[in-house]
Design a protein around this ligand. Sequence first.
Ligand code: NAD
Ligand code: AKB
Length: 334
Amino acid sequence: MTNLSFDDYFISKVIFVETLAMSKILVIGACGQIGIELVLELRKLYGSQTVLASDIKDICPKAIANGPYHSLDIMDNNRLESIVEDHDVKQVYLLAALLSATAESKPRFAWDLNMEGLFNVLELAKNNKINKIFWPSSIAVFGSNSPMNQTPQHTTMEPSTVYGISKLAGERWCEYYHNKYGVDVRSIRYPGLISYKSAPGGGTTDYAVDIFVKAVADEAYTCYLSEDTKLPMMYMSDAIRATIEIMEVPTSQIKIRSSYNLAGLSFNPKELATEIEKQRGDFKITYAPDFRQSIADSWPNSIDDKYAQTDWNWENRINLKTLVSEMLHGLSED
Ligand code: NAD
Ligand code: AKB
């Protein structure tokens, strides 16, 4: 303040605060299963004009038409940089990726997309163009040599899918950019996510959404996993809350810069079908495992998330009964 009058100092402070207030959040991959709900929640919290949705899709879905939308291919680094600069973006949530089942049919493309997108965003932060990044990892980082039950944060990780390999490599790069360049990147290993506002995008856990679509249509469901395939899952409202919570806590509370284990609930298709039948009445399910069975078999049954609980007070809320009830009601209203 030495060379400034009080008035000048006051005005510069106001400008600084206003500039901060105007800086934007960019969600990349906003038209997907997580993106739609994350954009809606972020806009509720920070205002619809503050949160820019973007996706490779040309047309903005109706669900997120209440705020700005930019068509963006995350592989197009020039366009990414110009959106960030033109709109004073300071935080990025990077959701664009190919998920486990789809990635197996295009392994090389999946690797390129999942890694290049991440590098483009990490470099923005390294060059001080943005301040903070959220990038999701997955339970797919584990493999059949990892402990299956209550899989710990730090353990053997030998993923067998291209998706899992890209997520594990991504985690290592996030930690590297944090340690080497001070990049504030935060990450969660999401379990399979269950929601009704937008369809899932080609994962192994998608059966746990598809089953509800059939149930509300009073149709039988043929499950591509065996009845006893237990997997870690989470209801979308818990996942969105975790995402925003990890981004909001002070930097000092984020002790893990690769990615945090996060647990919701665990169940198998038979247990899910039984709860659906309990709440809705007669429901038929048959089982015809396909290539996704071996992916699911290589993933944990349940997750130990004690570090997320300790470091940033993570707590899951939705249990199986509530999840089934919310999904049945949500899809029936659509
Ligand atoms: P999704 O497939 O539903 O959505 C991905 C979105 O990215 C789509 O709208 C797609 O159009 C967009 N996209 C694809 N290529 C793009 C590109 N080149 N540039 C810009 N956008 C592009 O996926 P999701 O389920 O919303 O997952 C989001 C992230 O969360 C992914 O990184 C995924 O690996 C991770 N994740 C998801 C789950 C889950 O159960 N949904 C679990 C673990 C991790
Ligand atoms: C998938 O099945 O690919 C995703 C995930 C658990 O990462 N839902």
